[in-house]
Design a protein around this ligand. Sequence first.
Ligand code: FAD
Length: 175
Amino acid sequence: TESGDGERTDGTQKKAIPKGVVLGKDGKPCRSCTSFASWAAMTKKITSDSPSRTTVLPQSTAPPDDCPPDVEALGRSTWTFLHTMSASYPPQASPTQQNEMRQFLGLFSRLYPCWTCAEDFQEWMKVPGNEPRVSSRSEFGKWMCEAHNEVNRKLGKEVFECERWEERWRTGWGD
Ligand code: FAD
């Protein structure tokens, strides 16, 4: 029970969740689901609430290299892994290799540390026509590119020309 200004009837103040901070399923802020900028804004709020703390706030919008990744750093590293895995996939995959890749994608989409990202990815893969295409390197690479483009669209980023995925991730641009 609380009054309109966020103060509860027992006199305690409700902590507002800063904009952009995504909570984990445990109800605590989820670092790998949140951008560094939003995380830093939240940390700043906590710091100003506790004047005894003298944390120096980072000016950058990216986490330092030796800090836990935010949603963007985790995403970049993961796409590098996924597209590189497509690039090293066999030109023609055996039934066993196809099964293993389907299993990997099923587990990956459940275990990815940004749970909101993971749930959207799972939902996208269930839509008819979006199921993993794993028969060959060429098919799988294009499918992965389409999966990445789906996230690009959701985030308002440019979509990538999927005919060129192999130049980006396997052969290089050749210039
Ligand atoms: P990234 O999107 O990480 O791309 C890295 C590089 O890949 C680019 O520089 C480009 O050269 C190349 N590239 C771009 N598009 C393609 C493509 N279609 N095919 C091949 N190569 C390409 N972030 C969120 O905030 N919300 C989400 O819901 C979310 N869901 C995600 C789901 C998954 C499965 C993954 C792996 C990541 C998700 N992310 C999400 C992270 C997000 O996709 C980006 O990784 C992050 O925003 C950083 O973006 P970026 O602009 O640095 O480049």
